[in-house]
Design a protein around this ligand. Structure first.
Ligand SMILES: [Zn+2]
Length: 298
């Protein structure tokens, strides 16, 4: 994804693009208005746009964009409010040192509305005089952050993502409603260490939380990548293992299916997938639902 291709929040993204075009140097921003995963997703896109080696406001291919997406870019830093003064000091120190040649450093302050006065004071100096080529981005649901910081930031307001923004029909959106805000950040990152054949194990070790969901998402992503090379028998065995892992837990099955639906690249399948998912309510067996469902997930 490129900052230029995001089909929503156009005002915010065009502000950021013109900021890059004007070659403004170091600066502090306040990204606010929606929840932090979405704000973080935008900040990541911004970091890619700043550092893209193809100068295309973020591409899918260059090493900088790839590293930023995988969260291994050496010049991106983040700090979550109230994680501890020592940790913050360490991050500030790292940011203050010069980065890779030519790289723009990006520092994210997550949940900036929760910053304590001590934390805000620690950040103040770096905000007032950011080191060369350094961008500090405060992420906060509301614009209410410590006034000393607020007055030194360029505020960029984001608005919630609507179903049409992510190419989902209204009816499908209603089914996914509670989870819609998690779509974007999850699409942004994927780690190779989770493979599709880890899915049964991941489901078996269900723990509610972002890390678990992330692992599941990466594994589903891998399934989408390699599905055409999986033999029929192999796939069937894999589905039986998933069925066993789900162990008749319909709630878990629901989570699994919803995550698959998110990952589905062919948006035209969504209605049919939802149809199968809903068929479970009408006593369709879990095994049959899984077979039909996973056949269609592309
Ligand atoms: Zn790039």
């Amino acid at each position: 994804m490129s900052l230029k291709n995001i089909a929503h929040n156009l005002e915010a993204t065009s502000q950021l693009i013109s900021f890059i075009k004007n070659k403004n140097s170091s600066s502090a921003f306040l990204f606010y208005g929606v929840n932090s995963p979405i704000l973080k997703a935008f900040a990541i896109e911004f970091a890619k746009a700043l550092n893209c080696l193809n100068k295309s406001f973020g591409c899918e291919s260059c090493s900088s964009c790839n590293e930023i997406e995988k969260n291994i870019f050496p010049d991106c830093y983040s700090y979550i409010s109230r994680s501890g003064v020592d940790e913050l000091r360490e991050v500030v120190q790292k940011v203050s040192k010069s980065g890779q040649i030519g790289a723009k450093k990006v520092m994210l302050i997550i949940n900036a509305n929760e910053l304590t006065k001590i934390e805000a004071n620690l950040l103040l100096k770096i905000v007032e005089e950011p080191p060369k080529d350094t961008y500090i981005i405060f992420l906060s649901r509301s614009a209410k952050i410590q006034p000393t910081i607020f007055s030194r930031c360029i505020p960029i307001k984001f608005t919630p993502i609507l179903p049409k923004d992510v190419g989902i029909e209204q009816e499908v959106f209603r089914t996914l409603n509670s989870e819609i805000e998690t779509i974007m950040p999850i699409e942004l990152a994927s780690e190779k260490k989770y493979q599709y054949n880890n899915i049964p194990e991941i489901l078996e070790n269900f723990i509610a939380g972002i890390a678990w969901k992330y692992a599941l998402n990466c594994a589903i992503e891998n399934y989408l990548e390699v599905r055409s090379s999986i033999g029929n028998l192999e796939r069937l065995e894999w589905i039986f293992k998933i069925e066993k892992a789900i162990n008749k837990n319909r709630e878990l099955l629901d989570i699994f299916m919803i995550q698959c639906i998110y990952k589905c690249r062919e948006k035209s399948y969504l209605s049919r997938l939802i149809y199968i998912k809903n068929g479970l309510k009408a006593n369709l067996s879990i095994r049959l639902a899984l077979i039909r469902f996973l056949e269609m997930v592309k």
